[in-house]
Design a protein around this ligand. Structure first.
Ligand code: PMP
Ligand code: GLU
Length: 399
């Protein structure tokens, strides 16, 4: 038997990807599953983006390119961040990666030493703690509560710190809650960060998907003075419906970005050449294309709010962005299904909904909160209505 590394033995598989794979395989077997699990826009990638990629392929843009990404894409990223936030970045302060996922992973490998602690705000995206572990660090979860809109106080953050704390990961709008941190949260945190030696990874992957259609914001727009401590992560997956293209990026202080390039040069080399051409075309599209998608997500969020309110036992805060509802389902814990299975936690509830309602959702425990489930609403209104009806019927059978 080959002995696996302790690193991989300590690692949990991605719950979001695992449930998505299960739902897709049931669908392939002919089961009528509605997949509300994975965070993946249902829209197709806009044609102009595809055309740019096809043109690149036809022109033979199929060879190795620069490790940190093709220059024209890095220039487009710098231009975009300037338009969106007013920040000035140079091309050597950007690295293009294989999805935002690799941007975060590269950064953690570049910044974390064994035993270093990284603060992660609960509920969190499934991959943060696992990536910190993979980098040899220790994820320190900062608790929050439903009543406080999942926004921890500065005291909660301070309590989770120790002399080994080196950084913090932020994500707003958040996966899994769809909520946006308040201005006062950002202001308090920014003030604290000014006098503390912590770096910040600001995962801004949903920054343009806000239902108030306001300009995107993050810790750096709150306090540009934090520039030498903040790494901005983003990508085309969510904003332009390009999940399979695997293009993301990180912006930040040159020294760390070139450390990421060193890591990338010894692992994946660079993101796919012709996909980078597609991403460049995406960034040059008018914002109207994105706003159209946002308006659709807004309508779906309103629809789901209305439908889920019909189930009295459920509690939730309607999302302000992204495409997720984080729904409190613990009122059902302790109840029994018609086949005699007891619902005891978010995993058993998710299993029950898949079996009984043929609706796939992600158990909240994957995001650190076992009283909840995450519903992704990146599906048509018709599918969402049908899913809500099935969920309502299945839940009403629990006694
Ligand atoms: N951060 C968050 C919060 C996400 O939900 C995702 C989902 N994929 C990512 C990063 C990674 O995105 P990408 O597809 O660009 O790797
Ligand atoms: N981020 C998305 C989600 O949370 C996609 C899957 C993944 O990469 O985890 O569903």
């Amino acid at each position: 038997m080959v002995r696996l590394s302790e690193r991989v033995l300590a690692l949990k598989p991605s719950a979001t990807l695992a449930i998505d794979a299960k739902a897709k395989s049931l669908k392939d077997q002919g089961v009528d599953v509605i997949n509300l699990s994975v965070g993946e826009p249902d829209f197709d990638t806009p044609e102009t983006i595809k055309d740019a990629c096809i043109r690149a392929l036809k022109e033979g843009f199929t060879k190795y390119v620069a490790t940190p990404g093709i220059l024209s894409l890095r220039e487009a990223i710098c231009q975009k961040i300037k338009t969106d936030y007013g920040f000035e970045y140079k091309v050597d302060e950007v690295i293009v990666t294989t999805g935002a996922k690799q941007a975060i992973y590269n950064l953690l490998l570049a910044l974390v030493n064994p035993g270093d602690e990284v603060l992660i705000l609960s509920p969190y995206w499934v991959s943060y703690p696992e990536m910190v572990l993979c980098a040899g660090g220790v994820p320190k979860i900062v608790p929050s509560s439903f009543i406080k809109r999942f926004e921890p106080s500065l005291d909660d953050i301070k309590k989770a710190m120790s002399p080994r704390t080196v950084g913090i990961i932020l994500n707003s709008p958040s996966n899994p809650t769809g909520l946006i941190y308040s201005q006062s949260f950002f202001r308090d945190l920014a003030e604290f960060l000014r006098s503390n030696n912590l770096w910040v990874i600001s995962d801004d992957i949903y920054d343009k998907l806000r239902f108030d259609l306001k300009k995107p914001e993050n810790i750096l727009s709150t306090d540009p003075g934090l520039r030498d401590k903040v790494f901005l992560v983003n990508g085309v997956s969510k904003t332009y419906a390009m999940t399979g293209w695997r293009i993301g990026w990180a912006l930040g202080p040159r020294e760390v970005i070139s450390a990421c390039a060193k890591i990338q040069g010894q692992s994946t080399s660079h993101a796919t050449s012709f996909a980078q051409k597609g991403a460049e075309a995406a960034l040059k599209l008018s914002d109207e294309v994105v706003m159209d998608m946002v308006r659709t997500f807004t309508r779906r969020a309103e629809l789901l709010t209305q439908e889920l309110h019909k189930i009295q036992e459920l509690e939730f805060i309607p999302p302000q962005g992204a495409f997720y509802f984080f729904v409190k389902v613990s009122a059902y814990y302790g109840k029994v299904s018609p086949t005699g299975k007891r619902i005891v936690n978010s995993i058993s509830l998710a299993d029950y909904l898949l079996e009984e309602a043929k609706v796939a959702i992600v158990p909240g425990i994957a995001f650190g909160e076992d009283d909840f489930i995450r519903i992704s609403f990146a599906l048509s209104e018709g599918a969402l209505l049908e899913a809500c009806k099935r969920i309502r019927e299945a839940l009403s059978k629990l006694s």
